[in-house]
Write a protein that binds this ligand. Structure first.
Ligand SMILES: O=C(O)c1ccccc1NCC(=O)[C@H](O)[C@H](O)COP(=O)(O)O
Length: 209
C-alpha cells in the first residue's frame, strides 16, 4: 500500500505578502503564533488584515501557550484560525472547554531528555492530533531537533506532527524512519530569512517534493 502523503505545516507566519506568496504553494497548514513572548508573535491588527486573504485549502492554525480558553474561543469566533495548537502546559479540562466549542486541537509535547510518554494518555481521548517539538529555552521555535527515536517507543494511536529544527533536507530522513502515525511535518525557523519571514525558495522545495 502507498504510504499516505505527509501533510506540511509552515509555522510562524505574519507578514501579509509573505503569507500570500507561501499560499501559492498550498501548504496543508499555516501556523500563526498568538503568544506575545514569541519573536513570531502576530498581533490582532495583522490577523485582521490577513482575513482579507483566500487561504483556499490551507488550514490556519492558531498557536497558543497557556492562554485562557475564553480568549481562544473569542479569537476562534472572530474567525482568526481554523484549529488550535496548544504549546504549553494546558490541562485536559481546559482543552475540553475548547472541544465543546467545536475547535479542533493539536496538543504539543516538548521533548527533552526527561520526556515521559505517560503524559500522553490524558490527552489521547481529547486531542485530534499530537505534535512533538524540541524542548528548549523558548516555548517553541528553538530551531534544533530532539532524538526522534523516542517516537518509536510511544504507545499512542494519535496522528502526529513532527517538529523542532526541521530543514528542507530532513524529509527523506524522516520518511526512512517509518514512524507509525506520523501525519505531517512542521517547519519554522530553519526556513526563515528573519523571524516570521519564510524563505520562498525553501518553501517551494518542501512543497514541490
Ligand atoms: O515559533 C515560535 O516562536 C514559537 C514560540 C512559542 C510557541 C510556539 C512557537 N512555535 C510553534 C511551532 O509549531 C514551531 O514550528 C515549532 O516550535 C518548531 O520550531 P523550529 O524549532 O524553529 O523549527
Amino acid at each position: 500500500m502507498q504510504p499516505a502523503k505527509l501533510k506540511i505545516k509552515i509555522c510562524g507566519m505574519r507578514d501579509f505578502e509573505n503569507v500570500q506568496n507561501v499560499l501559492k504553494h498550498k501548504p496543508d497548514y499555516m501556523g500563526f503564533i498568538f503568544y506575545d513572548k514569541s519573536k513570531r508573535y502576530v498581533n490582532e491588527e495583522q490577523v485582521e488584515n490577513l482575513l482579507k486573504l483566500n487561504f483556499g485549502t490551507t488550514k490556519r492554525v492558531g498557536v497558543f501557550v497557556n492562554q485562557s480558553p475564553e480568549i481562544i474561543i473569542d479569537f476562534f469566533q472572530r474567525g482568526y484560525f481554523d484549529l488550535v495548537q496548544l504549546h504549553g502546559e494546558e490541562s485536559p479540562e481546559d482543552i475540553l472547554k475548547l472541544k465543546y466549542e467545536g475547535i479542533e486541537i493539536i496538543k504539543v509535547f516538548s521533548v527533552g531528555e526527561d520526556f515521559n510518554p505517560s503524559i500522553l494518555a490524558a490527552y489521547e481521548p481529547i486531542a485530534d492530533y499530537f505534535l512533538f517539538d524540541t524542548k528548549g529555552a523558548e516555548k517553541g521555535g528553538n530551531g534544533y531537533k530532539f532524538d526522534w527515536n523516542i517516537l518509536h517507543q510511544i504507545d499512542s494511536q494519535k496522528p502526529f506532527f513532527l517538529s523542532g529544527g526541521l530543514q528542507t533536507s530532513d524529509l527523506k530522513v524522516v520518511q526512512n524512519m517509518e514512524l507509525k502515525n506520523l501525519m505531517g511535518l512542521d517547519y519554522n525557523s530553519k526556513i526563515e530569512l528573519l523571524p516570521g519571514l519564510k524563505d520562498l525558495d525553501e518553501v517551494e522545495k518542501i512543497l514541490n517534493n
